[in-house]
Design a binder for this molecule. Structure first.
Ligand code: HMG
Ligand code: MG
Length: 297
C-alpha cells in the first residue's frame, strides 16, 4: 500500500493570507500542537520572511519558541534568504524551504527578485543549511499558471526544478499557486518532469480556487505514483502575492480522497478537521473544507 507523505502547510500558507485579523500566538501554537497530535508528521510552522511583507508570519520566531514539539515530527519553515536562514537556525527549525517560481513576474512581486537572482540568493542558504545538517526543500510556484503571465509552459517549470536541483535541493514542491490547474495540466508537467526527477522527490502543492485540487492530486497519485502532497488543514490559505488564489487543498479532504483510493494516510481526516476547528472563532468565518462541517457536529 502506498504511503502518503503529507506536508501540512496550514500554519504557514494557510495563515499567511489571513489579513483581516491577527491570529494570536497562542492560537497558532495550539493549532500546530493539535495537527501533530492528529498524527501529521511534517508541519510548516512559520515563515522567516520580511515581517512587513507578511504580517501574519511576523511572530514565527515566537511560534517556534513556544510550541511543544513532538518526537518524530518535522517542524519546517520558509526562508527567502540568508537572513531568514539565520532566524530559522536560531528558532531550531528542523528543515527549511526556499521558494522561487516558474514565472519571472510572480517571483518579482513575491520576493523582489528574478528567477536567476533568487537562485543566486539560495546558493549560500543551501550551503549553510547543509553545514547545519538541515534538509532543504525548494518550492516552484506558478508551475502551471501565473496570475500575471497566464499559462506557464511545462518545460519552463521543469527548467526551474532542475536549476534548484543543481543547487543541491533534492525535495521539490511544485505549486499551482492560483489553483487553476486541471488534471491535463498535471499530466503535461509530470510527464517531462519525471523523466528528470524521481517521483519520490516531488511534492505537489495544489491550491483549490477552481475546485480541482483533489482531482489533480488523485491524477498525480494514480497515474504517476506521486505520494508527496502539501495541504492545509481546514482549507486555509492562499498566497498574498497571487491575486485570486484561494486556500490550499484541505488536508482532511485530500486525505479522505487518497485513503479512499487505497493509500495509507498519516492521520484520520476528521481528526485533522478538528485540529483546525478552533481557528474558526478567530477567523470569524467557517472553514472552507468539505469535512469541517462534520468536525463541528
Ligand atoms: P527585499 O526588500 O528585496 O530585501 O525583500 P532586502 O534584502 O533588500 O532587505 C530589505 C529589508 O528587509 C532590510 O531591512 C532587511 O533587513 C529586511 P531594513 O534595512 O529595510 O530595515 N529583511 C528581512 N527581515 C526579516 N527576515 C528576513 C529578511 N530579509 C530581509 N528574511 C524578501 C526580499 C524576500 C525578504 C521579501 O520580499 C520577503 O520577505 N518576501 C516574502 C514573500 C512571502 O513570504 N510570500 C509568501 C510565501 S510564498 C508562497 O506562499 C507560495 C508557496 O506557498 C507555493 C505556492 O503556492 O506556489 C510557497
Ligand atoms: Mg502556496
Amino acid at each position: 500500500m502506498a504511503q502518503v507523505r503529507l506536508v501540512e502547510v496550514g500554519p504557514r500558507d494557510g495563515l499567511q493570507n489571513e489579513k483581516a485579523v491577527v491570529i494570536p500566538l497562542a492560537a497558532k501554537v495550539e493549532f500546530i500542537e493539535a495537527l501533530a497530535a492528529a498524527g501529521l508528521r511534517e508541519i510548516e510552522a512559520g515563515a522567516f520572511v520580511h515581517p512587513a511583507k507578511v504580517p501574519q508570519m511576523a511572530d514565527s520566531d515566537a511560534v517556534f519558541e513556544t510550541m511543544k514539539r513532538r518526537a518524530g515530527v518535522v517542524y519546517s519553515a520558509l526562508v527567502p534568504n540568508e537572513a531568514g536562514l539565520e532566524r530559522a537556525l536560531r528558532a531550531r527549525a528542523d528543515k527549511v524551504a526556499v521558494f522561487t517560481a516558474a514565472s519571472e513576474t510572480f517571483n518579482r512581486k513575491n520576493i523582489n527578485a528574478g528567477i536567476q537572482e533568487s537562485l543566486d540568493r539560495f546558493k549560500p542558504v543551501v550551503a549553510r543549511a547543509a553545514e547545519a545538517k538541515l534538509p532543504v526543500r525548494g518550492y516552484v510556484s506558478t508551475a502551471f499558471w501565473c496570475p500575471y503571465e497566464g499559462k506557464v509552459a511545462p518545460n519552463q517549470a521543469v527548467d526551474v526544478c532542475l536549476r534548484l536541483r543543481d543547487l543541491g535541493v533534492r525535495e521539490l514542491s511544485v505549486g499551482d499557486t492560483i489553483g487553476k490547474a486541471s488534471p491535463n495540466d498535471v499530466r503535461a508537467l509530470l510527464e517531462p518532469l519525471l523523466k528528470r526527477v524521481e517521483a519520490a522527490d516531488v511534492f505537489l502543492h495544489f491550491h483549490d480556487t477552481y475546485g480541482m485540487a483533489v482531482a489533480n492530486a488523485l491524477t498525480a497519485y494514480s497515474e504517476f505514483d506521486i505520494t508527496g502532497f502539501d495541504a492545509s488543514a481546514g482549507g486555509l490559505g492562499g498566497c498574498p502575492y497571487a491575486p485570486g488564489a484561494s486556500g490550499n487543498v484541505a488536508t482532511e479532504d485530500l486525505l479522505y480522497a487518497l485513503k479512499a483510493e487505497g493509500a495509507e494516510v498519516p492521520a484520520e481526516p476528521l481528526e485533522v478537521a478538528r485540529a483546525a476547528a478552533a481557528l474558526e472563532r478567530h477567523l470569524g468565518r467557517p472553514l472552507a473544507s468539505r469535512l469541517s462541517c462534520m468536525a463541528r457536529a
